[in-house]
Write a new protein. Structure first.
Length: 134
């Protein structure tokens, strides 16, 4: 019988509340980080769709503000254009392990890294540990 992997809760990078287990997680792109430099990680809950986080990418006259980072996945219209991905808790922390480490999935990621096919995750964790030694 395989060892049970630790459970985890991801804290939203925007509202700082635990993301409910029965909802998807959103990955925010670099433009969110530029606009909100105090984000911890880039995984968020559905609050990213709320008006309090809304912005339009274009200024008057159809130009972008200085230092704007274009969206990777299609047209660059507004905040929603800058949601990079959407998925399950496990999928998103494995796809965005740096955010997973910062937002509450450390033990889970280390347990997943013990799987024989998780070489890339093991390499990430080795680099993470080297970069974060006290």
């Amino acid at each position: 019988m395989a060892a049970r992997r630790p459970d985890f809760r991801i804290t939203c990078a925007l509202c700082r509340k635990p993301i409910p287990r029965n909802s998807d997680i959103l990955a925010l792109d670099a433009e969110w980080r530029r606009r909100y430099p105090d984000l911890i990680g880039n995984l968020a809950c559905e609050c990213a769709y709320e008006n309090r986080w809304y912005w339009s990418c274009e200024l008057d006259g159809g130009k972008y503000e200085p230092h704007h980072i274009p969206a990777k996945n299609g047209p660059c219209i507004d905040a929603i254009s800058h949601i990079e991905a959407r998925g399950t808790h496990k999928g998103m922390v494995q796809g965005y392990p740096a955010s997973g480490m910062l937002q509450g999935a450390q033990a889970y990621l280390r347990a997943v890294a013990t799987h024989p096919k998780a070489q890339q995750l093991r390499a990430f964790l080795a680099q993470w540990d080297a970069d974060h030694r006290a």
